[in-house]
Design a binder for this molecule. Structure first.
Ligand code: BMA
Length: 364
């Protein structure tokens, strides 16, 4: 833990007492108590100008290691990320490991551990194409979503996938049997054309129907520990962000994915512009908002953390930022620091900023 002020995960504070400074209580009656507390935590963070640092797959593997008890984040700053990202692509095939080779049993174990230390968990899903049998990037059948919505065999194939995931998400429980609250982020980056649910492959209303169907199916299975995150990719105007928005009854957190490809100035201005769009919408809809993925692959700038990422987020009201994964088996495919990496010292400065929140800043 680095700072004197702890952000309470609200276990000892009645959540009803915590209302955001907008005066609106944004809590929905359909969430478990733990999920409501997580929503309130996100609101509190946004309202106080602090944000959780997250890292995809941080507890499963890292730059030079895999599948043991370690963390690239902790190896550098001495604390775990406040937010652990995990990917469940492959679960729909009944396989024991994900598309990134992570055993689902390990994801469950580490997610429970993360919650036990006061941390938060978010899960993404690059689901295989249920119509073609190809992967999430298989766009060969441009009417996949239409078929899911209109052909009963295709719909059944999707439903079977959803049910497998629902069962897994429901199995992430503390030893007392409490389901761990999860920020679940289905059908992300839908405003481009690299996934079968992408912009070119379904109309706005078909996308919304797919998203709502997913939420409804999970709810019908009794899942109340899930907060749903809506997560387009960078490059949108307000009307683009809104055009595929599934609706306030279906989305709990507004977010977007933001990668750096050009200059520092371009990245900062893009992030601040997009966060401004989302903040306006989040204010109107009474939702917290966040950066659901970010990174600068291989981190070419040793001062990226305090020189680029922190100024991009500062003062925006975003509740968290998640850096993408440090693949152990793809040398250039890393988005966060690790021991000995050239931005590690700047990451420690980022960790020490008053606005960044790591696991030790969250009360159990
Ligand atoms: C992508 C890449 C892939 C990975 C996928 C799912 O962005 O990192 O290597 O398989 O996410 O995690």
């Amino acid at each position: 833990m680095k700072k004197s002020i702890l952000i309470p995960l609200l276990a000892i504070v009645p959540f009803a007492a915590l209302v955001s400074c907008t005066g609106e209580n944004k809590v929905s009656g359909r969430h478990s108590q733990e999920a409501k507390r997580l929503l309130e935590l996100l609101d509190t963070l946004g309202d106080t100008g602090r944000y959780m640092y997250g890292h995809q797959d941080d507890l499963f593997y890292g730059k030079n290691w895999s599948f043991k008890d370690s963390s690239d984040t902790k190896a550098v700053c001495g604390d775990y990320p406040a937010l652990l990202g995990a990917e469940i692509g492959g679960i729909e095939l009944g396989k024991p490991i994900s598309i990134d080779s992570v055993p689902f049993d390990l994801i469950r174990k580490k997610a429970i551990e993360q919650y036990g230390r006061g941390g938060v968990v978010t899960i993404s899903w690059h689901m295989d194409n249920p119509v073609t049998g190809g992967n999430a990037w298989d766009t060969s059948d441009s009417s996949t979503v239409h078929k899911i919505l209109n052909d009963s065999a295709c719909e059944a194939a999707l439903d079977a996938n959803l049910d497998i995931a629902a069962k897994f998400l429901s199995s992430i429980r503390t030893k007392e049997g409490t389901p761990v609250p999860i920020l679940f982020r289905p059908w992300h980056e839908m405003n481009y054309d690299w996934f079968w649910w992408g912009e070119k492959f379904c109309s706005d209303s078909e996308y919304v129907a797919l998203y709502r169907k997913t939420v409804d199916r999970f709810r019908s299975k009794g899942l109340d520990n899930i907060l749903f995150v809506y997560s387009p990719s960078q490059g949108f105007e307000p009307e683009d962000y809104e055009s595929r928005y599934p609706g306030d009854d279906y989305v709990d957190v507004l977010a977007f994915d933001a990668y750096m490809y050009g200059t520092k100035e371009e990245f900062i201005s893009m992030v601040r512009k997009e966060l401004g769009i989302i903040r306006d919408m989040a204010g109107k809809h009474g939702k917290p908002f966040a950066i659901s993925e970010t990174g600068y692959e291989s981190i070419p700038d040793p001062n990226w953390w305090t020189g680029t990422l922190a100024p991009a987020i500062k003062g925006t009201g975003a509740s968290y930022v998640l850096t993408w994964r440090n693949a152990w088996n793809k040398p250039e495919h890393y988005f966060s620091t690790f021991a000995g990496e050239k931005s590690a010292s700047d990451f420690i400065d980022f960790y020490n900023l008053p606005e960044t929140v790591f696991a030790g800043d969250l009360e159990k």
